[in-house]
Design a protein around this ligand. Structure first.
Ligand SMILES: [Cu+2]
Length: 162
């Protein structure tokens, strides 16, 4: 907030009596006019939570592959939006999924199959309440499968970015 400019004392300047009228004291207009446009209501949009996953070779997997996933989840609609990119796999990806529920490094079944395994993978899915709980708890992971590593070549736990 701006500090008001201090008004100098004028009383001491009245030495020349009868010369002029009292100096007019300027009062700066500090009134704020309410002309701002109200913000567009977006109450529900603000609850969307972003998640990320860093994809790397799983335990015991030899690969120079790497990747990442960016996800947005809206708890009002249970809609999950995702973008997954990767590179340097041992061969073409044969499948790509979100798996869970599992702790980091542990294996679990497919929760959400991606329509295509080719990078970049983009899409949306509507989660069940149980699936949503697992996501929020950090129990899901992205898994990219290849012919050389059918159980998954690179994977990464999905975690909130907060
Ligand atoms: Cu999979």
């Amino acid at each position: 907030m701006k500090t008001l400019v201090m008004i100098s004392a004028v009383a001491a300047a009245v030495a020349m009596v009868g010369c002029t009228k009292a100096p007019e004291v300027q009062t700066p207009d500090v009134q704020v006019t309410d002309t701002q446009t109200p913000a567009v209501p977006e109450a529900k949009a603000s609850t969307t939570v972003s998640y990320t996953a860093i994809l790397a070779p799983g335990k015991g997997i030899t690969s120079s592959g790497s990747g990442s996933a960016e996800l947005m989840y809206d708890p009002n609609t249970n809609i999950l939006t995702y973008t997954v990119t990767y590179k340097d796999l041992t061969g073409p990806a044969t499948a790509a999924h979100i798996h869970g529920p599992a702790a980091p490094g542990e294996d679990a079944g497919v929760v959400i199959p991606f329509a295509s395994a080719a990078s970049p993978i983009t899409g949306t899915a509507v989660l069940t309440d149980v699936q949503a709980d697992d996501l929020v708890l950090g129990h899901d992971y992205v898994n990219i499968h290849t012919a050389a590593n059918p159980g998954g070549e690179i994977r990464g736990q999905i975690l909130s970015t907060k």
